[in-house]
Design a protein around this ligand. Sequence first.
Ligand SMILES: NC(=O)c1ccc[n+]([C@@H]2O[C@H](COP(=O)([O-])OP(=O)(O)OC[C@H]3O[C@@H](n4cnc5c(N)ncnc54)[C@H](O)[C@@H]3O)[C@@H](O)[C@H]2O)c1
Length: 339
Amino acid sequence: MKILVTGGLGFIGSHTVVELQNAGFDVVIIDNLSNASIEVLDGITSITKKAPEFEKLDLRDKLKVQVFFEEHQDIDGVIHFAASKAVGESVEKPLLYYENNINTLVYLLQELSKKGNSNFIFSSSCTVYGQADQLPITENAPVKPAESPYGNTKQIGEEIIGDTCKVYNELNAISLRYFNPIGAHPSAEIGELPIGVPQNLVPFITQTGMGLRQELSVFGDDYPTPDGTCIRDYIHVVDLAKAHVVALQRLLKGANKANYEVFNVGTGKGSSVMEVIESFERVSGQKLNYKIAPRRPGDVIEAYADTTKANEELGWKAVSTLDDAMASAWKWEQKIRKK
Ligand SMILES: NC(=O)c1ccc[n+]([C@@H]2O[C@H](COP(=O)([O-])OP(=O)(O)OC[C@H]3O[C@@H](n4cnc5c(N)ncnc54)[C@H](O)[C@@H]3O)[C@@H](O)[C@H]2O)c1
């Protein structure tokens, strides 16, 4: 079976391509390389020993998307990662985010709705929950007003898919609400490649560990959490990639209970910023330079998933520990700096 992976050279996409190929799927990747390097293709190929098909294409080009689907009528499913993802940048450039994250989704759904039976997996995010009233967060927790245009594109994206599935019965879709993906493939052939100053905690930590950044700022240590720092649900990117494979298989087997479903993808365990730093220090054997800085406006205090639905219905469970993920992120950072 052939699966289209949009954004398949990006962080989560590349790991998912590996797991799809390992599970026996043929993969065609679309990526415009706006936030990825073409060398990722070599990384994927060196792990799986099979080069995925690749098409450099900007999904904002509706005509090219149409032509792509005309030329690839054998696609059995689509996993849609391609999007812009920097929260801060989305506040500065909202229209870029609405165009890149919403238009591309609409163009893909338009093509799929022409096809008859089709299967679609969407990269959503736990940001849709904001600061949830109850922890752990279940899929039934209310969606809170988005804090940024980026977050809003995920909420609107989910609504667009839901509305589309209501009228196109042959379109089967799943939104996966990721918690905080971290780490890299254990081979260190692929990993996260942040451009410029990393927006996320773990690449900032590993770059600080390598001496590329002077010190990490821990934003706030006076939150109402056990050690005063914010808590997130950090999931190893390989576990997250595998969740896509099982979600896709659910659709391909027709095992879905409705033609649009939503699943949390996390570990179910919250870790504080200090615990992540301690984990880094354990796996790297070195102390991290960090300072306590004032709270950042808009930061959610605590978020971790209730993963019961994914565990029971997808038969999927995250297996890697925080230390496993941090060790893989550190190995990857050392490898790319050597390069
Ligand atoms: N990384 C996270 O923490 C996180 C958390 C929740 C949800 N998500 C979502 O998961 C998805 C993947 O995230 P990621 O971390 O792998 O990001 P990423 O930036 O590494 O990957 C996205 C890929 O899409 C490509 N792309 C972007 N716009 C495109 C376009 N118009 N046409 C073709 N290709 C395009 C980029 O070049 C990149 O390779 C995104 O939708 C993101 O919003 C990510």
